[in-house]
Design a binder for this molecule. Structure first.
Ligand code: PBG
Length: 339
């Protein structure tokens, strides 16, 4: 509808907008001055896949630009991250052998403990978090112990406690249980304290959906379940109140940080969690979100840098203090003036 022209000076004054939001959008300096949300590389956590065995680092086919690292290449990786301004990694290992229980997950000389030691020897100031789960170590690919076709809760928690202790002994600063077992945070806290690691923090995967967006990760880890799916333990994405209950429980059980995952499909949960909790909130921008955006870039649909900056900013604006993202390094290079 075309705007009606004011009849005279009096009417013109009446329709003139008294508030002009565009005043503060006039120049880059003004826009920067009033920007409410910023994403700094120091708020990003880089997920790192570590490979078993003597083989070299290699690209992960399902995640363009992402490598699976040999332990010997980790020191140079973290030194680079440190100069780029990324101060934290989240480590994912895989079983050298896989069995029904996932025993290799808590072996003291397993892939993750070795990786933690290698990193801490070279760059002790980097924050090392480790994923605590069984799915990359079990023959059936489920996140816990299976008996009679069912993933058993409490026996799994007991194993997760051992995994967390193995990681803490190697020097991990943070353990991140992702199996979505009830009580896993309390169990791990008790196991850590008993083993003499009261200093190790717990980043709880609290609201973790049974999501279609983990596909590229499972391809990378070879951790897709052999039968069934993960809906018997991961959260139903239709439920927001239940997500808050998961976070309530984990906070009560002693979690030091709470995670919401995936990120873009959980922005409402981040907003609500931000109001409800005083704990640091972490959002996981997962493998499928990364790969989908990369594919859109490759297809010429969006431009990478602005699309990634807009995405990560939205996750921060919704309430995340920290973001786990495969884009961490690209983002850090862009903001430090590179490329
Ligand atoms: C292990 C785990 C998964 C992810 C993080 N920890 C896979 C799953 O639950 O199937 C997914 C991360 C990603 O997609 O980037 N349970």
């Amino acid at each position: 509808m075309p705007a009606r022209r004011p009849a005279g000076p009096e009417e013109e004054a009446a329709v003139r907008p008294p508030v002009r939001l565009r005043r503060l959008r006039r120049t880059p300096a003004l826009r920067e001055w009033v920007a409410e949300t910023r994403v700094e590389p120091g708020r990003l956590i880089y997920p790192v896949f570590v490979r078993a065995g003597p083989g070299p680092s290699e690209p992960v086919p399902s995640l363009p630009g992402v490598q699976r690292y040999a332990v010997r290449d980790l020191p140079s990786l973290v030194r680079q991250l440190d100069t780029e301004g990324v101060r934290a990694v989240l480590l994912f290992g895989a079983g050298r052998t896989r069995d029904a229980e996932g025993r290799d997950a808590w072996a003291p000389d397993g892939v993750v403990p070795e990786a933690v030691r290698a990193i801490k020897r070279s760059t002790p100031e980097i924050v090392v978090a480790t994923d605590v789960c069984l799915c990359a170590y079990t023959s059936h690919g489920h996140c816990g112990v299976v008996e009679r076709g069912e993933v058993r809760n409490d026996p799994t928690c007991e194993r997760l406690g051992r995994v967390a202790v193995a990681h803490a002994r190697a020097g991990a600063d943070v353990v991140a249980p992702s199996a979505m077992m009830d009580g896993q945070v309390a169990w791990i806290r008790a196991a850590l304290d008993r083993a003499g690691h009261p200093e190790t923090a717990i980043l709880a995967y609290s609201s973790k959906h049974a999501s279609a967006f983990y596909g590229p990760f499972r391809e990378a880890e070879g951790s897709a379940p052999e039968f069934g799916d993960r809906r018997g333990y991961q959260m139903d994405y239709r439920n927001a109140r239940e997500a808050l209950r998961e976070m309530d429980r984990d906070a009560e059980e002693g979690a030091d940080l709470l995670m919401v995952k995936p990120a873009l499909t959980s922005l409402d949960l981040l907003v609500r969690a931000r109001e409800r909790f005083r704990l640091p909130l972490v959002a996981y921008h997962v493998s499928g979100e990364y790969a989908a955006l990369k594919a859109a870039v490759a297809a010429g649909i969006v431009e990478e840098r602005p699309a990634v900056e807009e995405t990560l900013t939205a996750i921060r604006r919704a309430g995340a203090d920290l973001i786990i993202t495969y884009f961490a390094r690209d983002f850090a290079r862009w903001t430090s003036g590179g490329r």
